[in-house]
Design a protein around this ligand. Structure first.
Ligand code: HEM
Length: 538
């Protein structure tokens, strides 16, 4: 009996081993260059074992695949064969020109009721539902709407400065990322949820604590992300949700409660929630000549034409799709998820870079002071005119793009140019943003922080589709202009008041965290001094 059981178990293990190995043969059989996988973990093992950050792993794989000269190659996300693009021209084809073959993201397929907020959000919607929702949401990011949201952002930044002043009186060094986290929470809470969150003043704020749990992708949630990569069908069958139930219920209730209150008391506020409520009632129109959804600076002019083509068929209200309260809650939720860690990461990394590069910080301070000394208020237009500020942020986004890669799902079989390789519908394709930004053939001395790369003359020399912190094509980041404005407002408030300096706790050189998939470090500490005449005149 024992012998039979052992024989049975051994046979199962052997069959499993054969099956896994046969999966790992996928790219070899297709004749595509590939990164050698580890059984079961594919090419993800260095990240799963905590040896490498996700950004570093993608950079190593990119370098290996680029060397093949083919412009793309195979990786294995656990058992799933995926294509990684290394050629900027192919990124253009996939994200822009041949959009109809790659019209979706690879967001996990879930049952409708598993994670309704995530499932109905812009990042998960497919085909016409996505086009329709994106068309509705885009007007929330026009110049005039951002101008309206500016005071909400400004208020949060002023509160941040007060908090830093208070803390710097009692502490020698400040953990800046902690503060930026709270700022990002309060801004997106205010603008997307219409909720006056108070995380800057009170770290026990309920909205903040819920958000902290939601954005924590370590531990069990790290395993859930891995589970969706390893066995998506099984995860779907088991109905495992990304978002803990209580958090989902909390955010939904908050949004719907706020909407009811606004309706009852006829309250109107210049935020995204108001725009979504207007869209629900059919009262939102596209503004004439509105600057919306313009491409990222890494693209070329063709991208704009393609974007217009994709959305020309979508109408704001086609009579077929009603916007439900659930849809509104889902969009506010995804704005929170997409706009919280990203903004807080940009602020943390930019501040770190400024602390390490006093000359750049001084130049930035001079630009801010001179704009404000000219009698300008710290308003939307003054901040938009600060060129050096824009250069500093662009360079920080090159070195530390919060999204280290982006992806698409092949939605229609696709024959790669100059090759026999046909990608099958359903397969995934990634483009490694971080690796492109750090490629010495694309950016000279890529490890060096040099905002001059983005001055008027130099930025024209950047090859299209190599600098893509906000992605590319019709699926690019809808919140780009909002995010950049928020980062700028905060930095202007910060630098006009403080000098940032490294301290003994500052990690030098900075290491990207290996504990999570996100672009973050394990800590960002600075010494900060409140701005004083003595320092600035020295
Ligand atoms: C500095 C901050 C941010 C960075 C670096 C960033 C970056 C990105 C990137 C790389 C993508 C994928 C684009 C592609 O695949 O082509 C993306 C998508 C997206 N982002 Fe952002 N993002 C930021 C802030 C925000 C904010 C503040 C919001 C919302 C208010 C937002 C909402 C979204 C949404 C909804 C998508 C999916 C768009 C779609 O598929 O149609 N992001 N973002």
């Amino acid at each position: 009996m024992w012998a039979l059981t052992i024989a049975l178990i051994s046979t199962c293990i052997w069959l499993l081993y054969r099956w896994i190995n046969s999966k790992n043969e996928y790219w070899r059989k297709k004749g595509i260059p590939f990164v050698r996988p580890v059984p079961l973990f594919g090419t993800m093992y260095p990240v799963i074992s905590g040896k490498q950050s996700f950004a570093d792993l993608l950079q190593i794989q990119y370098t290996e695949l680029k060397a093949s000269g083919r412009g793309y190659g195979g990786i294995f996300e656990f058992l799933t064969p995926t294509i990684m693009i290394t050629d900027p021209e192919l990124i253009r084809l996939v994200t822009v020109k041949d959009f109809e073959h790659f019209a979706e993201r690879r967001t996990p397929d879930m049952k409708d009721d598993t994670d309704p907020l995530f499932h109905r959000s812009l990042t998960s919607l497919k085909s016409d539902d996505w086009k329709h929702m994106r068309t509705i949401l885009s007007p929330a990011f026009t110049t005039s709407k951002l101008r309206g949201m500016f005071p909400l952002m400004s208020k949060c930044s002023s509160e941040l400065i007060k908090a830093l002043e208070q803390e710097s009186e009692i502490c020698e060094s400040l953990e800046m990322s902690k503060h930026f986290n709270r700022l990002a929470n309060d801004v997106i809470g205010s603008v997307a949820f219409g909720h006056e969150s108070q995380a800057i003043k009170n770290d026990k704020d309920e909205f903040f604590l819920m958000g902290q749990r939601l954005r924590n992708f370590s531990g069990l949630r790290y395993l859930i992300v891995a589970g969706y990569m390893l066995a998506p069908k099984l995860m779907k069958l088991l109905g495992i949700s990304f978002t803990p139930k209580d958090i989902s219920v909390y955010f939904r209730r908050l949004i719907i409660g706020t909407m009811e209150q606004r309706d009852k008391l006829s309250i109107s506020r210049p935020d995204m929630l108001q725009l979504l409520m207007a869209a629900q009632k059919g009262g939102i129109t596209r503004e004439k000549n509105a600057e919306i959804d313009s491409g990222t600076m890494g693209e070329d002019s063709i991208a704009e034409t393609e974007r217009i083509k994709v959305f020309s068929s979508a109408r704001l209200n086609d009579g077929k799709r009603n916007i439900t309260d659930e849809d509104i809650a889902a969009q506010a939720f995804i704005f929170f998820l997409a706009g919280y860690d990203t903004v807080s990461a940009v602020l943390s990394f930019t501040s770190h870079l400024l602390a390490c590069n006093p000359e750049v910080q001084r130049k930035l301070f001079e630009e801010i002071s001179s704009e404000l000394d000219n009698g300008n208020a710290t308003d939307y237009d003054t901040i938009r005119n600060m060129k050096y500020l824009d250069m500093v942020i662009s360079e920080s986004l090159r070195l530390y793009p919060p999204a280290v890669f982006s992806d698409r799902k092949c939605t229609k079989n696709y024959k790669f140019p100059n090759s026999d390789f046909v990608m099958e519908a359903g397969q995934g394709i990634v483009y490694p943003i971080f690796a492109l930004h750090r490629d010495p053939e694309l950016f000279e001395n890529p490890e060096i922080f040099d905002p001059e790369r983005f001055n008027d003359e130099n930025k024209k020399k950047i090859r299209p589709y190599t600098y893509l912190p906000f992605g590319s094509g019709p699926h690019n980041c809808i919140g780009m202009r909002f995010a950049l404005l928020e980062v700028k407002v905060c930095l202007v408030h910060l630098i006009k008041k403080f000098e940032l300096e490294v301290c003994t706790k500052t990690e030098l050189p900075l290491k990207i965290s290996t504990k999570t998939f996100q672009m973050t470090t394990d800590n960002v500490y600075f010494c900060t001094w409140i701005y004083g005449q003595i320092f600035r005149n020295a």
